[in-house]
Ligand binder design. Structure first.
Ligand SMILES: Nc1nc2c(c(=O)[nH]1)N[C@H]1C(S)=C(S)[C@@H](COP(=O)(O)OP(=O)(O)OC[C@H]3O[C@@H](n4cnc5c(=O)[nH]c(N)nc54)[C@H](O)[C@@H]3O)O[C@H]1N2
Ligand SMILES: Nc1nc2c(c(=O)[nH]1)N[C@H]1C(S)=C(S)[C@@H](COP(=O)(O)OP(=O)(O)OC[C@H]3O[C@@H](n4cnc5c(=O)[nH]c(N)nc54)[C@H](O)[C@@H]3O)O[C@H]1N2
Ligand code: SF4
Ligand SMILES: [Mo]
Length: 916
């Protein structure tokens, strides 16, 4: 037998914009190798060997279970030839009858640069429409627009090294501890190494990120532009301006200052709902620090005035000269792995390609010549929200959706559903066989996923890294660029889309960035445009601008104080701050905030497959302030119904979780759970399509909702091993929320039937061959089915009025799944009573890597482990990926006897007990 050989494939994590390098150890030969282990790439400059919990568990999401493996037309499996033929025919028909703008592509920052380049080239250069937009519209399009306004080109000036050399790190609208964990660990270490470094976190919620802060500003949501306008004015009144920088390298200062004049610490404190001391402390810190980075993310961008907020931030950096120097700059952090690559290829509807503009005739001429294309779009296309509303209005007849799940992620779900129903042909390219968007697909195309894909991504600091395929594509899956090229060939453009290897696409893209550039665009990959395949395969992570290290050796932008505008000067933008569009009122009195959970990725099509990633938050919950819970009469775990003015579909129903870090009158829910996971769970339905007038980015951080305690006569938990039976049982109840295990699926359920009626309706759904055991009382019942020593299903129902919910731990059910003998009366009784074995009753899992539960940690703390490090040496928790360190620190703070008596109460819990 051939001994299996171990090889190492170096690739990049497919999740967040940190862009961590991943080393995958594989067994077997090149075309038939199995990945066996994932670790961080020690030499990758984005992570230096670290991975967060999502990266650590990549292989658990890699199974073929749930993958789409063949093209489908009208729900039936077919060949690529048939499917692409139908797509090309439809595109031809629509263009000839309705013109090119009746065709649209809706793509994603999770495509590789090469896929993205081809999508953009096909629609803009060969179909002649700019109706290509992307989920990045929902993500950082406001930052893009702000950078273009200020610097003349979409340029993010900073790099990660700046974190290590800054005096002041400001994070606004960012929960980096959960959303950019490896970078956040870098921030924590930087603070540890430099105790003089200050950290300001601006977020209405006290997040784990705020645990790192010297100063946390829990401002009223939507008011950041007032805060930064006030800062600009403060810099002026306190003589803290960099006058020389302003006069030599910028324009528009006086206008910007004039529009900020009304804002002083007093008026800012009032509008932002902060104390005067908090505002003053922040302004003083910014004014006095030699260097400062303002790290901003969705709390800024996802707003009706996201562009203005970002420019208000940039204004302060320009006014104080804190830009283009080590440790300084306005740093928009990208969310998706290739959001930056999408910007490079011009994947948004209002861009051309390679940082060129649609409305610039010289740029259009250059691109068309380079592509040798028959046509070229002449005006910007529709931005995401407008694209779907035009589709709903019947104006767009064909859409190709690729690597995104808009039915879940867009605001106003009913409108998106209506649009997809209305559209004559909906093509969806995805890796999975079902999600909320695929439910509307006329044609579904199987795409390759992370472990099979080959190409490049660019991270938040402009660093291009290779994703390298580990395994061959499964079934009939193809790379997204191949699917696009197949359709291009059917449309008669085969010669312009004839690539033998993805490296040829990269070289073409790099070549375009250099074409007729003449130093006009800082995005210029000339040095990479002649890479051959072998060189491309070996390409090490590389940052642009290429080969232009500044004095500190980093390719940081604007070190020479030259901006990408006609006169080389940066532009101040006069900002009139304004409040969110979706305002609360008597009927909808709560502000609805939304965002990320630590261990899930977006709509969970991948992370939802790894049981280790479901332990941290098994189900979606609504975080509320404890006093608001009292006022609304709900207690922990009870269900509340959320409804908004514009939502014409299902309301959202979530169990509440008390969170003292929430402001009063505001609640927060995670974005990840969709209709695949529960009956009333898609948050996007509650947000209106209010957008920023410049960027078109939706306001998905600020909804206005009503909250009503939900009462059902019957509630409980169902567990079945056969997913088909599970699905049928969920159809018997009004409310269900699923939690998948390894062997069984579980759901919290509630309904309006009476208990006996519901029990009767479940009976016929379970195979009659299973042994049935039950126990009924007046107000509760347990039903249990076993077969061949295995658990077929359990149903626990209660008709009691108290509606809190303590689920029977799924891990216990998984563990005993095939050890359920009818004669084991102890186990049968435990199942009927819903009492798990003791080891599974230790509370929620805190450290998923070493499976350490909360109760063990609390016990260890009570016995004297009073730091994260001490816990690590005793229980191992937190010593692998480190994602749980923040939570460990919180537990130490809460339960350590020493921490209460501590003489240094301000000690940062994340850093407590750590050594650099
Ligand atoms: N675990 C995990 N990580 C991810 C992702 C994921 O799905 N899961 N997705 C990735 C993607 S695509 C993105 S875009 C990033 C997003 O990364 P982040 O933007 O850091 O994440 P969010 O949780 O969306 O929102 C950040 C914070 O904005 C705050 N906020 C809300 N309103 C305001 C406001 O008016 N002002 C201020 N200052 N703050 C406000 C929220 O309370 C929240 O804590 O995460 C990336 N990383
Ligand atoms: N209320 C609210 N809404 C939000 C946000 C918020 O904070 N609040 N955040 C917004 C943000 S920042 C973002 S980025 C979006 C994210 O929202 P989406 O982009 O809609 O979410 P994903 O689950 O990442 O969808 C990616 C889809 O592509 C598939 N896929 C993965 N890899 C590939 C591939 O290589 N090729 C193909 N063809 N398919 C692939 C996956 O299976 C999945 O179905 O959500 C936005 N929506
Ligand atoms: S921080 Fe985590 S999710 Fe983001 S790239 Fe690194 S390993 Fe992947
Ligand atoms: Mo995003």
């Amino acid at each position: 037998m051939p001994s299996s050989q171990t090889t190492l494939v170096q690739t990049t994590c497919p999740y967040c914009g940190v862009g961590c390098g991943v080393d995958v150890s594989c067994q077997g030969e090149a075309l038939n190798r199995t990945p066996v282990k994932v670790t961080g790439t020690p030499e990758h400059p984005a992570n230096y060997g670290r991975l967060c919990i999502k990266g650590t568990h990549l292989l658990e999401t890699n199974s073929l279970h749930g993958r789409l493996l063949q093209p489908h037309v009208g729900g039936r499996a077919t060949t690529w030839d048939q499917a692409t033929g139908k797509i090309a025919d439809k595109i031809n028909q629509v263009i000839s009858q309705h013109g090119p703008d009746a065709v649209a592509f809706y793509v994603s920052g999770q495509l590789l640069t090469e896929d993205y380049y081809i999508a953009n080239k096909l629609i803009k250069g060969f179909l002649g429409s700019a109706n290509i937009d992307t989920n990045s519209r929902l993500c950082m399009s406001s930052a893009v627009a702000a950078y273009k306004r200020a610097f003349g080109e979409d340029l993010v000036p900073c790099c990660y090294e700046d974190i290590e050399c800054t005096d002041l790190l400001i994070l606004t609208g960012s929960n980096a501890a959960w959303a950019h964990p490896v970078l956040f660990q870098r921030m924590s270490r930087a603070r540890l190494k430099n105790p003089a470094m200050k950290v300001v976190v601006i977020d209405p919620r006290a997040t784990e990120t705020a645990d790192l802060a010297t100063l946390h500003l829990p401002l009223k949501p939507g008011t950041d532009a007032y805060l930064f306008n006030g800062l600009l004015h403060y810099l002026f009144t306190n003589d803290l301006l960099d006058e020389r920088f302003i006069s030599e390298h910028t324009n528009g200062f006086n206008e910007a200052l004039a529009s900020a004049r009304d804002w002083n610490p007093d008026s800012v404190a009032k509008v932002c709902n902060l104390s005067l001391a908090q505002v003053n402390q922040f302004y003083r810190l910014f004014g006095k620090s030699q260097s400062a980075i303002t790290f901003f993310s969705m709390g800024i961008n996802q707003s009706n005035s996201g562009v203005d907020k970002a420019n208000a931030i940039i204004n302060c950096h320009l006014a104080s000269g804190k830009i283009g120097a080590p440790g300084s700059g306005p740093f928009s952090i990208t969310g998706q792995p290739n959001a930056m690559g999408g910007r490079e290829v011009g994947g948004l509807a209002n861009m051309l390609a390679a940082h060129m503009d649609i409305e610039n005739p010289a740029h259009r001429e250059a691109v068309q010549t380079y592509w040798q294309s028959p046509t070229l779009c002449t005006k910007p296309g529709l931005k995401a929200v407008d694209m779907f509303s035009q589709m709903a209005a019947g104006k767009i007849k064909f859409v190709w959706i690729m690597a995104t799940n808009p039915v879940v992620s867009m605001p106003d779900r009913r409108q998106v559903e209506k649009a997809l129903q209305q559209c004559e042909m909906v093509v969806v390219s995805d890796m999975v066989s079902s999600n909320d968007t695929l439910a509307y697909a006329d044609i579904a195309l199987p795409a390759t996923g992370w472990s099979e894909k080959n190409g490049t991504v660019t991270n938040s600091e402009r660093r291009i890294s290779r994703q390298r395929g580990i395994m061959p594509p499964p079934g009939e899956a193809r790379h997204d660029w191949q699917a696009l090229c197949n359709v291009a060939a059917k449309l008669g453009y085969g010669d312009r889309f004839d690539y033998n290897h993805v490296s040829e696409i990269f070289a073409e893209h790099a070549g375009l960035s250099a074409y007729k550039n003449n130093g006009q665009r800082l995005f210029n990959l000339a040095g990479l445009s002649s890479l051959n395949r072998a060189q491309y395969d070996r390409l090490a992570p590389i940052q642009w601008p290429l080969g232009q290290g500044d004095a500190a050796g980093s390719p940081r932008l604007f070190g020479n104080r030259q901006f990408a505008t006609a006169d080389g000067k940066a532009r101040f933008v006069a900002i009139t701050a304004r409040l969110p569009t979706q305002q609360t009122c008597d009927r909808y009195p709560y502000i609805l905030n939304s965002g990320r959970s630590r261990d899930q990725w977006h709509t969970m099509t991948r992370t939802g497959k790894a049981s280790a990633l479901l332990n941290h938050a098994a189900m979606a919950t609504l975080a509320m302030h404890p006093q608001d819970m009292l006022d609304s009469g709900v207690s922990e775990g009870e269900l509340v119904t959320l409804q908004s003015a514009g939502n014409t579909g299902n309301p959202v129903i979530l169990p509440v979780a008390a969170q003292s870090g929430q402001r009063r009158g505001e609640c927060f829910a995670p974005i990840h759970w969709s209709a695949t996971w529960g009956s009333h769970i898609t948050l996007g339905a509650l947000y209106s399509s209010a957008t920023d007038p410049i960027s078109g980015q939706p306001e998905t951080k600020h909804g206005a909702v009503s909250l009503v305690k939900t009462r059902y006569p019957v509630h409980g938990q169902i567990v079945f091993s056969d997913p088909i039976v599970f699905d049928k049982v969920t159809k018997q109840v009004e409310y269900w929320a699923k939690q998948p295990g390894q062997y069984v699926q579980s759901a919290r359920v509630a309904c309006h039937k009476n208990m006996h009626e519901l029990a009767q309706s479940v009976m016929p759904l379970v195979p009659p061959t299973a042994t049935y055991i039950s126990r009924f009382t007046e107000s509760s019942c347990s039903m249990l089915w076993l077969q061949d020593n295995q658990l077929v299903g359990v149903v626990w129902l209660s008709a009691q009025t108290a509606q809190s919910y303590a689920p029977i731990p799924l891990e216990w059910l998984d563990a005993i799944y095939d050890d359920c003998t009818v004669t084991n009366t102890g186990r049968i009784n435990n199942l009927l009573n819903g009492i798990a074995d003791a080891e599974f009753l230790q509370g929620p899992l805190v450290c998923s890597c070493f499976k350490v539960r909360q109760q063990r940690i609390v016990t260890a703390i009570e016995q004297g482990c009073n730091s994260v490090t001490a816990l690590g040496s005793t229980l191992q928790c937190g010593t692998n990926c480190g994602s749980c360190k923040g939570e460990l620190a919180r537990l130490v703070n809460r339960h350590s006897r020493h921490s209460e008596a501590s003489t240094t109460p301000t000690v940062n819990p994340i850093l407590a007990g750590e050594s650099a």
